[in-house]
Design a protein around this ligand. Sequence first.
Ligand code: IMP
Length: 439
Amino acid sequence: MNVIVIGAQWGDEGKGKVVDIYSAKAEYIVRYQGGNNAGHTLVVNGKKTILHLIPSGILHPGKVCIIANGVVFDPTVFFEEVESLHQSKAFGTALPNEVIRVSERAHVILPYHRTLDRLREEYAAKGAGKIGTTVRGIGPAYEDKAARRGIQVIDLLRPELLRTKLERAIEEKNILLKHHFKAPLIELNPLYEEGLKLGEKLKPFVSNVRALLQEALRGQRPILFEGAQGTLLDVDHGTYPYVTSSNTVAGGAMTGSGLGLNIKAKVIGISKAYTTRVGTGPFPTEIEKTEKETAERIRSVGAEFGATTGRPRRTGWLDLVALKYAVEVNGLDGIALMKADVLNGFDFIKVCTAYRLGGTTLYDLPSSIEDLERVEPAYEVIPGWLSYDQSQTKHREDLPSELRDYMRMIEDYLGVPIVLMSTGPGRDETLIFSDPFGQ
Ligand code: IMP
């Protein structure tokens, strides 16, 4: 069996930790969309590692970590991560290029993508329409891909083609920079020289990842697909336009890796016991204004600050309407429930079970972003639970009864089981109820 791990909310659900745990069972771990806008925080033996691009499975020796075609790939960030993993001896006796493979077809984030991302956000900040991006160049790189003027990893290895492709790619951008943003123009030569250098360094890592994964499938080697961001940031199914520029839903694992729909996989959605969001955009259960103290308590206990940008995350109660939507658009087989311990000691917990819009009650996300901005969450208020000794909690029955009731309520509403529950940041602070690889 193979497993696809998906963020079921707005990202930052704790996918890094779940991927790290599931990696023990996988032989191949694949990042298939997004780029270094992701930030996966892992704590192993008390040591914290934040990865933005390289799959979180890298901290397990002997696995092959893959960056597939659907990723937008920043070579500079990649080499920084390789270096830092090397320093912390994460590769053991293996060479980095023996355990990390990069798709020839992945699109490259170039310096001008970062520049455009920043300029657009600065420009938008003067009026409406700021997305609150991570300013890593993700959107502009995907734009170029869709506009058919992107530079792919394989182009960096072909000096004779690279120059012409870059020339074509920057032509329109320079018009935009000159006339719209009044910013310095992109110079071809330094860009070309740097591209060649990066290509040379990248060569040992580059491979036909699709073929490699087909081979793995044929040999029944378990593959773990590591989603980035979250369902509600999906460019098709999220809260558009306040989304990222890729398909974060489970279907993205197929298009982003080149495998077909006949692959046998379980899809696990990661959700916190509450909700957070970074950046702009609708968030029905947000409590920043209405329940300021609770919002601050969740943020400080849950350390809710962006792993990539350090921005404070907006916080709110669990939204079961949005989570049910995630169950449907991803075809989730199970939920991994994260950070319930952050809610320890609350007198009561609120859970959103419907939206009210005008005189109607909704049980599904409205398609219009303007409607989603206006919905009022309908809450059920349930009793909270006292702090408990997490180190002595090994089974579901060991959890406080109010927390078990909360979990049952979530499962009943969603119609899928909670397969894993995290009780703290460390690898060992995890309760595993069933193993998706074993099914
Ligand atoms: P971009 O992906 O940098 O273009 O940003 C688009 C939106 O996605 C912004 O609201 C970001 O805050 C959000 N976003 C991007 N990556 C992540 C992530 O890994 N976690 C949470 N939000 C993210």
